[in-house]
Structure formats: structure tokens, C-alpha cells
Design a protein around this ligand. Structure first.
Ligand SMILES: Cc1cc2nc3c(=O)[nH]c(=O)nc-3n(C[C@H](O)[C@H](O)[C@H](O)COP(=O)(O)OP(=O)(O)OC[C@H]3O[C@@H](n4cnc5c(N)ncnc54)[C@H](O)[C@@H]3O)c2cc1C
Length: 397
């Protein structure tokens, strides 16, 4: 395990540019976006123009070529200001672009990866079904052979970006008896294909800028050119995407923790009670210190995991079994800790703010509602612990 922690001048410049963008373009609109529960189409279009929807993708495929470390920088800085924008980027990039980059043919990359990495098209990812969440290999959306291609029928739920996406990576069952071991295939479907429709969009506790949509597939005809990777090996496609997603989710959580910490320090210094700034009280100082320790530890974990993913590259055929297992365990570890620490840190930030922290529309109140989902989506934290425990027991360390 190589350890090297420093950012290049280019990475620092990218961080500064994203931070300035987030403060200038996103911060002013998030309150209204949250209140209206509206997809932030205007700022998403601006982020697309900046190239933010293709950050880790090589330049030859339309991306910025900044790798997973650059992508973590993006998510940290966007997550510092708003979790909805971070989730929209994550669903598109980690879960939509990764399958195309890692498993797409030259033709698929040209047709779908490059326009999406350039920000001309928005992507989503659809694994979850009403009967299969954590047990995702038990999905029932059917992919039946039909001539050269396939016919897809079934109901998917909880698709982030589902309402707005131009294309969706859809996981379907080609053989229920085989389940995740040979019975799941990944497809790339277009919005508007005959038989493809969007059902209900969920009302949620947080992440009000994102759509969480149902997808209804009624005998959708998908040609062989729409299969990502080998038929039957779709579970690998999904897990490769989720390994990237879990690290980027952690980067977004890191940003939310950082901004909550900074807001808490500033608030504690200016809020006076009993004749003193509350920052002078040890009870508050200890909370701030504990928050800062978690931020510090998580920063190393996030960038180390991203650096390891960059070292491994994006071609699954080049990964050794032990590299692949280490990557999956690292992603589960960082996702689980990041989401729980974010909930803890933001909870403490709310406590430091007192009553104002509970008032609707304050950044802390929004961050508190937004953070909770990270313990659930991209695999619940119980599932992350199972992933870590299985690897631990197998290796003995
Ligand atoms: C806002 C939002 C956005 C989402 N975005 C997407 C998306 O873009 N694409 C997508 O495909 N999905 C998405 N999801 C789905 C999300 O990934 C699932 O909700 C999640 O994986 C959990 O599945 P479930 O809700 O069916 O819970 P269940 O799997 O039913 O779990 C219920 C509880 O049982 C626990 N549990 C289950 N199995 C075990 C076990 N073996 N051992 C111990 N505990 C267990 C779980 O940890 C959990 O606490 C999204 C969900 C939400 C709410």
C-alpha cells in the first residue's frame, strides 16, 4: 500500500476553481431549491459547461482527465455547499459513466460516454427494485432474449436523476436461477424508448434538489449494442460503479462535514451567553475538537482510496483479484465511516447552533436532513459492514 499525500498545483487550482464556482453559483440558490423541491436545472447546466460532469474521464473520451482524486476534490467542494448537487454529479459520474468507461466497447464509448462526459447528456443508474434493495442480486426485471437483442420488462425504483436523465444504466435479470453469479445483465437505455416511462417521484426528507424516480419498463426492445460488458456479468458492472460511488459519496460527506465545522466555529465565536462567547466553554470546545478530528481522519481516507483507484486504472481486466477485493473493502470502509461521521458532525453542529440550527432553511438544518441518506444509499451501512467483515474473515486481517 503506497502512501503519498499531496495535491499537485493543477489539483489545487481545480479545487480553488470549484470552490469559487460553488460559492458563486450554487450557494445562493440552494435555499430556494430545497424549499421548492426542484431539480436545479440552471446550475446543473452551468456545471456541465464547466466540464464537471466528466471530471475523472480521460480527455480522449470528452472528460477533464483529472482522475478519481480530481473527482473527489470536485465532490468535496460541491458537497461543502450542497448535497443535492453532489448527488446529481455522483449518480451521473460514478454510476453512469463508470460502466461505460470500464465496460463499454469503442462504439459505446463514442456514442454514449463522450457526450455524457462532455456534459451534453445526463445519466442515471437503476439497480433497486421494490423487492430487491440490499439483496440487489435478487432483482426481477426480466431481460429476455429476442432475436439478436433483448426485451426488458419490470419496475425499478429510487432512481436518482431518473426524471431528468437522457440515458439510464439498467440492471436486469437474464436468468433468475443464476442470480448475481451469471444471471444479471447491464443495459444502457434511452429515455423515450418505446415502453420506457417514468413513474412516481418520491417526496423525501432531504436531497430536495434530486429526483428519486420509478422507472417502468414495458417490453422495451434493446439491441445487443446496449449491453454493457458480457451478458450475465452485469453484477460486476454494478459493483465496479458502486466502488467508485462509495468513495465519491464519502468525498461529498467530507465537504458537508468541513462546512458544518467551519460554520460551528464561526457561530461559537460570535454567539454570547452568560457574558462569554460560547466558544470559551469547554463543552463546546470539545465538540469542535471531536468534529475536527473526524474531518481530519476522513480527508486522508477519502484521498487515499481515490488515489488507489487511480493507481488501478479503469480497466477491470487489468485488476488482480486481491486489488479488486482491496478496492471494494476500502470503498465500503470509507463510505460507512464518512456517512456516520457526517451524521455525527452535523448533529453536533446543529447542537452548537442551538435553536437557530433547528429552524427551517438554515444551512445546518438542511445539511442535517441531507446527510442521513448517505447511511442508506449506495448500499446500507449494514451491507458495508458485511463487505468488510467477509474480506476480513477471509484474509484474517
Ligand atoms: C434518495 C434515494 C436515492 C437512491 N438512488 C438510487 C439510485 O440512483 N439507483 C439505485 O439503484 N438505487 C437507489 N437508491 C436505493 C438504495 O440504494 C436502497 O434504498 C438501499 O440499497 C437499501 O435498500 P432497501 O431500501 O430496499 O432496504 P432493505 O434492503 O430492505 O433494507 C432494510 C434494512 O435491512 C437491513 N438489511 C438488509 N439485509 C441485511 C443483511 N443481510 N444483514 C443485515 N442487515 C440487512 C438494511 O441494512 C436496512 O437497515 C436510492 C434510495 C434513496 C432513498
Amino acid at each position: 500500500m503506497g502512501i503519498e499525500f499531496s495535491f499537485s498545483a493543477d489539483q489545487e487550482a481545480f479545487r480553488s476553481a470549484v470552490r469559487a464556482f460553488a460559492d458563486r453559483e450554487i450557494a445562493p440558490i440552494v435555499g430556494a431549491m430545497d424549499e421548492r423541491e426542484e431539480f436545479p436545472a440552471h446550475t446543473v447546466a452551468k456545471m456541465q459547461k464547466e466540464g464537471y460532469f466528466g471530471v475523472p474521464i480521460p480527455e480522449e473520451f470528452g472528460g477533464l482527465g483529472l482522475g478519481k482524486v480530481g473527482y473527489a476534490i470536485l465532490l468535496e467542494e460541491i458537497g461543502r455547499v450542497d448535497a443535492s448537487h453532489a448527488a446529481i454529479l455522483g449518480a451521473h459520474t460514478s454510476l453512469g459513466l463508470t460502466p461505460l468507461l470500464s465496460y463499454g466497447t469503442a462504439e459505446q464509448r463514442k456514442r454514449w460516454l463522450t457526450p455524457a462526459a462532455r456534459g451534453e447528456k445526463l445519466l442515471a443508474f437503476s439497480l433497486t427494485e421494490p423487492g430487491s434493495g440490499s439483496d440487489s442480486g435478487a432483482l426481477r426485471t426480466a431481460a429476455e432474449r429476442s432475436g439478436e437483442g433483448w426485451t426488458l420488462t419490470g419496475n425499478k425504483i429510487y432512481v436518482t436523476n431518473g426524471k431528468e436523465a437522457d440515458h439510464v444504466v439498467v440492471l436486469a435479470s437474464n436468468d433468475p436461477a443464476l442470480g448475481p453469479k451469471g444471471g444479471v445483465t447491464a443495459f444502457l437505455l434511452d429515455r423515450g424508448m418505446p415502453g420506457f416511462s417514468i413513474g412516481r417521484c418520491e417526496k423525501k426528507m432531504g436531497l430536495h434538489g434530486t429526483s428519486t424516480a420509478e422507472l417502468l419498463l414495458d417490453h422495451v426492445a434493446a439491441g445487443p449494442e446496449r449491453v454493457l460488458g458480457t451478458p450475465g456479468r452485469g453484477f460486476h458492472v454494478a459493483m465496479t460503479a458502486l466502488d467508485v460511488g462509495r468513495v465519491s459519496l464519502a468525498a461529498g460527506s467530507l465537504g458537508a462535514m468541513q462546512s458544518s465545522l467551519e460554520a460551528s466555529v464561526a457561530f461559537a465565536k460570535q454567539r454570547t451567553q452568560f457574558g462569554h462567547a460560547i466558544a470559551e466553554y469547554e463543552a463546546i470546545q470539545f465538540k469542535l475538537a471531536d468534529m475536527a478530528m473526524k474531518v481530519h481522519a476522513l480527508r486522508f481516507m477519502v484521498y487515499h482510496a481515490a488515489q488507489e483507484q487511480d493507481r488501478m486504472g479503469s480497466d477491470p481486466a487489468a485488476w488482480s483479484t486481491s486489488d479488486r477485493e482491496a478496492k471494494t473493502r476500502a470503498a465500503a470502509t470509507v463510505k460507512c465511516l464518512a456517512s456516520e461521521w457526517a451524521s455525527d458532525v452535523i448533529d453536533e453542529a446543529l447542537q452548537i447552533h442551538g435553536g437557530i440550527g433547528y429552524i427551517r432553511g438554515t444551512p445546518i438544518e438542511r445539511a442535517y436532513r441531507d446527510a442521513r441518506i448517505s447511511e442508506i444509499f449506495e448500499g446500507t451501512n449494514e451491507i458495508q459492514r458485511l463487505v468488510v467483515a467477509r474480506d476480513l474473515i477471509e484474509r484474517g486481517r
